[in-house]
Design a protein around this ligand. Structure first.
Ligand code: PMP
Length: 423
């Protein structure tokens, strides 16, 4: 009998002491069987699983890794601040310096309220819009992910109908649908929350039209309501500014997290002058929201965003990857769709409703040392290089070949078919 792998042993131990063996978006429950659950180490663009396998990591910790894992300058700032002070009875001046840096940098921002996770920031934004208007109804795009508070967690288990009330859905990029939702809200419209681009798992990613973003802005202006953008995932990966600032539709509130401290725990709610009263009215806080070390790391991140060509770098790498994958897929005669910005790609196979081809291909990539995702968008970081792309293309060549050879024999994807048939 083959010896049990370290990953299998950790899974068994976790099964006994962790709900479901693992929970949330880091669970491998909806990934191919070959995907490891536990990782030991990370550096630059690479991760090592507990079985000792090394991968180029296109998930980037689901976003936070923008400048590479363990970036020396960022982590030195974190460690230096840790040596001075981190979580204390009161905040450090680092908080004010970071707020000033963000306000100077993001067009619509006049103030900053720091927290830990993206959910903290999106939830505070919704609360502040309600507090500012004295109204309840929030419009949100159907299928958008804003985190896991009871008002927005994707599964209904454990939430009440009341948690989900006062929300009306519209379709992303669909001005008529947005206008209809605003009309339905009537005088109770408090705000609109939108992801700057459509990044729904499983689906082709969509960029917003400027008309759609401006229509959302206009509805909020006309109705004295608040526009919230959820930049938690997009933040700094497609623009140095807010994405809807670029489109001429600056939000009142914007929620950021993930890349802000390049993997250290920090998120922020930013807002315009008009939005300040709402943020001042609500009571939100947390034991760790004021910790100084992640803020010191974020100061370095922001300086890099301002002063280095990091965005051009990830766009160049993302474009090389998209072009190279497109070429190798068509050489193999495989219908392979790449959607979303090049820095946040999502890949799908043609004629693959239960993702059996996607699962097979990703497993083949994994075997070749490339960690990709079959249904969630991936991320490019600045530690990637032309060599990373070249190695990925070589792996993809092999994986497309293996897929072509096996596709007719692939059985149904039992992990996903029940979920996708409910959707
Ligand atoms: N909004 C968006 C668009 C996200 O992608 C996420 C996280 N994937 C969140 C909110 C929630 O962030 P967090 O997991 O840090 O609470």
């Amino acid at each position: 009998m083959a010896a049990k792998t370290a990953d299998a042993t950790w899974r068994e131990r976790a099964q006994r002491v962790v709900p479901g063996g693992m929970y949330g978006h880091l669970s491998t429950r909806l990934l191919p069987d070959s995907y490891p659950q536990f990782f030991e180490r990370s550096s630059g663009t690479r991760i090592w699983d507990v079985n000792g396998n090394e991968y180029v990591d296109y998930m980037c910790a689901f976003g936070p890794n923008l400048f590479g894992y363990g970036d020396a300058e960022i982590d030195d700032a974190y460690i230096a601040q840790l040596g001075i002070a981190d979580t204390m009875t009161g905040p450090s001046p680092v908080l004010v310096k970071l707020a000033e840096a963000l306000v100077a940098h993001i067009s619509h921002a006049e103030w900053a309220l720091f927290c830990k996770n993206g959910t903290d920031a999106t939830t505070a934004a919704v609360m502040a819009a309600r507090a500012a208007t004295g109204r309840s109804t929030i419009l949100r795009a159907r299928g958008s992910y804003h985190g896991t508070s009871p008002w927005c967690t994707p599964l209904q288990a454990g939430t009440t109908k009341e948690d989900r009330s006062h929300q009306i859905y519209f379709d992303f990029n669909d001005i008529a649908s947005l206008a209809a939702a605003a009309a339905e809200a009537g005088p109770d419209l408090a705000g609109i929350i939108a992801t700057p681009l459509n990044q729904h798992a499983f689906l082709t990613q969509q960029l917003p039209t400027a008309e759609y973003a401006k229509a959302a802005r206009k509805i909020c202006d006309e109705r004295d309501a608040y526009l919230i953008t959820d930049e938690v995932r997009t933040g700094f990966r497609c623009s140095r500014d807010g994405l809807w600032d670029d489109l001429g539709a600056p939000p009142d509130f914007s929620a950021w997290g993930k890349v802000l401290a390049n993997g250290h725990s920090l998120s922020v709610l930013l807002g315009s002058a008009r939005a300040r009263a709402g943020a001042e009215a609500i009571f939100v806080t947390g034991s760790f929201w004021f910790s100084a070390a992640p803020m010191a790391a974020a100061l370095v991140v922001l300086r890099r965003i301002r002063e280095t060509p990091y965005l051009e770098t990830i766009e160049r790498i993302g474009t090389q990857l998209r072009t190279g994958l497109g070429e190798v897929a068509s050489r193999h005669g495989v219908g392979f769709e790449q959607s979303g910005p090049v820095t946040m790609p999502l890949w799908k196979f043609a004629d693959d409703p239960d993702l059996r081809a996607g699962f097979f291909w990703c497993s083949e990539m994994l075997r070749r040392g490339i960690y990709t995702h079959p249904w969630h968008n991936m991320f490019i970081n600045t530690a990637m290089s032309e060599q990373t792309v070249a190695a990925t293309i070589v792996a993809a060549d092999g994986a497309f070949g293996a897929l072509t050879a096996s596709r007719s024999q692939l059985g149904p994807n039992l992990k996903l078919s029940a979920l996708l048939s409910r959707a």
